[in-house]
Structure formats: structure tokens, C-alpha cells
Design a protein around this ligand. Structure first.
Ligand SMILES: [Zn+2]
Ligand SMILES: [Zn+2]
Length: 130
């Protein structure tokens, strides 16, 4: 090995490359969540409880200093049929829409989707009169 090669090796030991975090801890249920999510570029909520954290102003920018927990409150559907989660921040009240991931808890997704029908603002019997 040449002297030059030896000095490069030493340099790489002194300045290890910075790696982005590979997981985050859910603020609601405490699960350690891998950042990689099937079907979406930015994992922004917990697949176990669907809660999120207010860290972004725009998706993926990590520019918000609010950092409060964000509750999943509703499901909406895009033109292409994709389900999107609506999160409301418990700190500042801001609403975010977030793509669902392939490993999101399907029971909780369906529970959110049918919630308005489970708690109707009028007796559903009235629909038979229309
Ligand atoms: Zn969670
Ligand atoms: Zn907030």
C-alpha cells in the first residue's frame, strides 16, 4: 500500500459520512418506525396508529418548528382512487394531507373512513323517505 493510500484511509476514518436517520419514534404509540415506506417517498406518519408529527411546512421539507403531534381525523380519496389521510395538528390546528403507505394499519384506515356513517348527524332511516 502506498503512503498516499494510507493517508486517504486515515482521512476517511476522521470524517465519516453523515447518514440520514433510518427510523423515527412515533409520538403517539412509541413504535420505532423505519423511514422507508412502501408506496410513498416520505414516510410522515406511523403505520401502527396513523398519528403524525408537525415537522413539515411542505411535504418532506422538515421546516416546521411546531413539532406537536398530529391526529389522523379523516380519509379522502383522490381522482385516481388513492386514499389520503387528513391530519390535524394538536399544537397549531393546521391540517395536512398525507398519502397512505402500503403497510398502514388497514383496520384503522377503514375505521376513519366509516366514522361519519357511524355517527350520522340525522337518523339514517330518513334516507328511505327520499
Ligand atoms: Zn404510532
Ligand atoms: Zn402544528
Amino acid at each position: 500500500m502506498t503512503r498516499r493510500g494510507a493517508s486517504l484511509f486515515t482521512l476517511s476514518l476522521e470524517t465519516p459520512p453523515l447518514k440520514p436517520p433510518t427510523s423515527f419514534r412515533c409520538v403517539h404509540c412509541g413504535l420505532d418506525v423505519p423511514v422507508d415506506a412502501p408506496g410513498t417517498a416520505h414516510r410522515n406518519h406511523c403505520p401502527n396508529c396513523l398519528w403524525s408529527r408537525h415537522v413539515d411546512d411542505e411535504p418532506g421539507d422538515r421546516a416546521s418548528d411546531c413539532l406537536a403531534s398530529m391526529e389522523p381525523i379523516a380519509i379522502t380519496v383522490r381522482k385516481d382512487g388513492e386514499w389520503v389521510l387528513i391530519h390535524r395538528c394538536n399544537g397549531c390546528g393546521e391540517l395536512h394531507s398525507n398519502r397512505t403507505a402500503g403497510d398502514d394499519n388497514p383496520l384503522l384506515l377503514v375505521r376513519l373512513a366509516v366514522k361519519p356513517l357511524a355517527q350520522p348527524p340525522f337518523p339514517l332511516d330518513r334516507l328511505t323517505l327520499i
